[in-house]
Design a protein around this ligand. Structure first.
Ligand SMILES: Nc1ncnc2c1ncn2[C@@H]1O[C@H](COP(=O)(O)OP(=O)(O)OP(=O)(O)O)[C@@H](O)[C@H]1O
Length: 292
């Protein structure tokens, strides 16, 4: 079963005078249940617009979205979703714990569940020490982590996270990546947007690259990294000396036989690859039809 099905979404915003800003053009993609899907694109690519439509906060110009097979406008589909908006902001006079209780009540949780789940997610997001202080005194990173906590408090099956690592320091980023990996281990689905390629490599099963409102490619991270292998680095020892040799991708077998014929011992072979960033820059530098 697909957790999210996005079909032929297009969206324009009103522009200057009578003009329009085209934000999305015919975007279709599916996110399978249990998968971590990264929605990668530069600034202004259309990531937040897509996410707001998936959350039912914006109406699409054309197209539709289903969440676990149900149209996104239905209350039932919303119960299963935890949402982190871009730049979250909260009622600043509440404490973090009070805000989570407010969210828990909105999702129909009982008081005991609210108490235990709030404590669990506050601990997970390293906010226990600040839980009973008003949000107005929180740092930017703490507000971002509270944003993730409020998306998790009702233990949804699907997480829609708009730039979850935004505004976090390296410790916070690592924490959020661990949380995403843990959600996957628990069978949850995560759809998150980012413009940081390294975040995708570490936590995602698949990635969709969006630019200029068009989905340019969707592929598994493993495929992208594998197809990005441009050659190999071979470490050998021969006559008591260690050497490192670079070999082109297609010449590996040939070069290995040659080396072994000379009595060299192969100590290590490592692929030399283009990383996700190189792949991303290559995709977005092309025209939508693939030409340069
Ligand atoms: N409310 C709005 N009114 C007019 N234009 C908008 C509005 N919101 C977004 N846009 C435009 O739509 C396009 C897509 O914006 P969107 O916020 O979806 O991109 P994004 O990929 O989330 O960008 P970022 O990474 O900078 O957050 C951009 O050209 C943006 O200027």
């Amino acid at each position: 079963m697909n957790a999210v099905e996005i079909s032929h979404l297009s969206k324009s915003y009103p522009g200057k005078r009578l003009g329009k800003v085209a934000a999305l053009h015919d975007v279709s993609l599916e996110v399978a249940a249990g998968e971590v899907f990264g929605f990668l694109g530069p600034n202004g690519a259309g990531k937040s617009t897509t996410i707001k439509i998936v959350m039912g906060l914006l109406r699409p110009g054309t197209g539709s979205v289903r969440v676990f097979g149900t149209p996104v406008q239905s209350v039932e589909s919303r119960r299963k979703v935890g949402y982190l908006p871009e730049n979250p902001s909260f009622y600043e006079f509440l404490t973090g714990r009070e805000y989570l209780a407010f969210v828990g009540r909105a999702f129909g949780m009982d008081d005991a569940a609210i108490r235990s789940e709030s404590s669990r997610v506050l601990e997970l997001l390293d906010l226990s020490g600040a839980a009973d202080r008003p949000i107005r005194g929180y740092s930017k990173g703490m507000v971002q982590r509270l944003g993730l906590a409020q998306a998790m408090v009702h233990d949804p099956d699907l997480y829609i996270l708009d730039e979850p690592m935004s505004g976090l320091d390296p410790v916070g980023r690592a924490l959020v990546k661990e949380i995403i990996k843990d959600l996957k281990r628990r069978g949850k689905t995560v759809f998150f947007s980012t413009h940081i390629t390294a975040d995708i490599e570490i936590v995602c099963d698949r990635v969709g690259i969006v630019a200029g409102g068009r989905l340019r490619t969707v592929d598994s991270v493993a495929n992208i990294l594998q197809s990005g292998v441009v050659g190999y680095e071979i470490e050998i020892s021969r006559a008591g000396a260690v050497e490192v040799i670079q070999v082109e991708r297609d010449l590996l077998q040939h070069r290995l036989s040659e080396l072994m014929d000379t009595g060299a011992v192969i100590e290590r072979i490592e692929p030399v690859r283009k990383d996700m960033e190189a792949f991303f820059l290559d995709i977005i530098s092309r025209e939508p039809d693939g030409s340069r």
